[in-house]
Design a protein around this ligand. Structure first.
Ligand code: SF4
Length: 319
């Protein structure tokens, strides 16, 4: 905690002035996306939609456009859907209870715990990729956490939390920051680590562990194709003729698959006059449930890097 007090980055969503809505926006954006990329998008998003009702009143297509190239654009639709539910059922204010947060579209266990902790000072285990890595090394002597979050891991994280809720919330963000800045995946700086004296993995001689996942390829994937097609829809004011999409990606089968998945995800739709556009309406809420943030139970996939993605392979990334 002392280390955090003197080394924490000044990030806008950590300031006392950050509203619960700002914290929720930051948590969604940080899933699978690095802080440096999130910062400008976060500022622009909140400048345009400073409250949930402001976003709820906008068109889903506007949310997708504003999301821009942040990646995993279904997060924009889910945030829009969450804003609608917050406006309709919670008087326009982000709810504070874990259950109410979990009931919001697109909010999984990690995001709910993070918002409850960081916006409302509650005591919940907040297990993003960075926290999981630090706890694996420090507490269990493993270089890498298991692929999926286990009940034992959740219990361990809960047991380590300070008793006072407001201290627990600060402790969680401190561990998150330690993972982001010191106990990094590739090069842990043990000599500068404030908990090195009690780190089980270091005391065991830093044995190499199994289980680290490599980064996922992007070039040539369906995900890249989806991004290429969505960028065209995003930059167009009207329906995009199929020929323009055809010209954007040479592999017809892959292009067709990617376009179909965009439509299924509610990110694109056929226009009655031909061609395709961004969504005019929010898809059914059931379709906006998080794909990468299931409830925080045993066997749940961990949120990618607190900075991980809602729909694709995810792990929340660091704050
Ligand atoms: S001593 Fe090294 S491995 Fe252990 S928590 Fe610190 S940085 Fe991570």
């Amino acid at each position: 905690m002392r280390w955090y007090g003197s080394h924490a980055r000044d990030l806008p969503w950590r300031r006392a002035t950050a509203s619960p809505w700002a914290v929720l926006v930051s948590e969604v954006m940080l899933q699978q996306t690095p802080v440096a990329r999130v910062l400008p998008a976060y500022e622009a998003w909140l400048a345009r939609w400073p409250t949930p009702p402001a976003l709820a009143a906008a068109a889903p297509a506007d949310a997708v456009r504003q999301w821009g190239r942040l990646g995993y654009p279904r997060r924009a639709l889910r945030l829009h859907a969450a804003a609608q539910v917050i406006s309709e059922r919670h008087g326009g204010e982000v709810p504070s209870s874990l259950d109410a947060l979990l009931a919001l579209p697109g909010v999984g266990s990690y995001t709910a715990a993070a918002v409850a902790s960081f916006a409302f000072g509650q005591r919940h285990p907040v297990l993003d990729t960075n926290v999981r890595r630090v706890l694996a090394r420090m507490a269990t002597g493993q270089q890498w956490p298991a692929r999926s979050t286990s009940a034992a891991e959740i219990a361990l994280a809960r047991s380590l939390l300070p008793a006072r809720p407001e201290v627990a919330a600060r402790w969680s963000v401190a561990v998150m920051e330690l993972g982001a800045l010191v106990c990094t995946a590739a090069r842990p700086q043990c000599a500068a680590c404030p908990v090195a004296g009690g780190c089980a993995w270091r005391l065991a001689g830093s044995p190499p562990g199994a289980g680290r996942r490599g980064s996922q390829p992007y070039q040539g994937t369906d995900r890249q194709c989806r991004g290429r097609l969505l960028a065209i829809l995003r930059d167009s004011d009207g329906p995009v003729p199929p020929a323009r999409l055809d010209a954007a990606w040479p592999d017809a089968a892959q292009r067709s698959r990617a376009l179909a998945s965009l439509i299924t995800d509610g990110l694109a739709e056929p226009h009655p006059d031909g061609g395709y556009t961004l969504p005019a309406h929010q898809p059914a809420l059931a379709a906006t449930q998080p794909a990468t943030q299931p409830a925080l139970t045993a066997t749940q996939p961990a949120p990618p890097g607190h900075q991980p993605a809602l729909a694709a392979p995810a792990q929340p990334t660091a704050q």
